[in-house]
Write a protein that binds this ligand. Sequence first.
Ligand code: C2E
Ligand code: MG
Ligand code: MG
Ligand code: MG
Length: 288
Amino acid sequence: RAKLAGKNRYELFDGESARTIKSLFAQREEFKAALANQELQLYYQAQVNTKTGQVIGAEALLRWLHPNLGIRSPVSFLQAIEDHPLIIDLGEWVINQALAQLERWQQQGVHLKVSVNISAFHIQQDNFAERLDHLSKQYPTVKPGCLELEITETGVLDDFAQVAKVMAQCQGLGFSFALDDFGTGYASLSYLQSLPAELIKIDRSFVRDVLDDPKDLRMIKGIISLAKVFSLPVIAEGVESKAQQDKLLSLGCELAQGYFYAKALPEREFLEWLSKRQRGVASNQALP
Ligand code: C2E
Ligand code: MG
Ligand code: MG
Ligand code: MG
């Protein structure tokens, strides 16, 4: 853009841009320090089969326990590192934490799959599968099938051929994939056909107004029938009420995740929630 400005070769370095560049740099430095200082933590949000009441897994969601700012949500800091090699360091940290968590839960008799969010830049790396294999070998008791990798639909479309190749390599190692934020991109039928995805996640934006907005309802119906064509299960993100859950169930979507069940919780609270819920199931209480 600076070149296009022609005569004004200093455009890139005007006050505004300089500030932006500096703050991006500062944000990355700050994030690097947070990673090194162990200020990052994974929280876990339950995924539920609403037909059987069973908890089927947990999505690991990143939190930054900032010494001054409190708990920071990932959207507030991921943007600064999204297309930067730091996102690879973060992704490997997340994978490692999730594998360690799976190992601990297994030892405690908790058998759940864990899904982690992988950024587009990271999944496009040629050695992604090799690194994943290496990381998972540090946890020999954890089966690759217990770790699910979430890639956003738009992330897949970024460089479809490359992502499809890496996904196939990971699938060969036994890992599985979910397509996150589905419906927000423009994935075509032929794309879906050649991707080794095992789960489709309906984006929260469609779930929010499913009861009132016919366009969102139509979108959800479309995603569900698309998934059916490929025999893929669908999970609805952001379910906040029983009415939404029941509507989705009536449309054929049996899996759900959202505040109606639980928000993302630290390891200990997640286990407490889980055992409370299982006691509820045992005593036949009505439960979300
Ligand atoms: P996502 O993967 O689509 O995750 C779902 C987001 O919706 C999470 O926000 C979750 O807390 C929130 N959510 C779940 N249920 C409800 C609900 O019922 N109502 C509402 N209002 N929100 C709900 P979160 O944790 O802030 O994460 C935002 C995004 O940041 C994620 O979207 C994901 O794209 C990204 N992200 C999170 N953790 C990681 C990570 O470890 N690595 C990478 N690369 N990205 C991550
Ligand atoms: Mg996700
Ligand atoms: Mg999502
Ligand atoms: Mg999202």
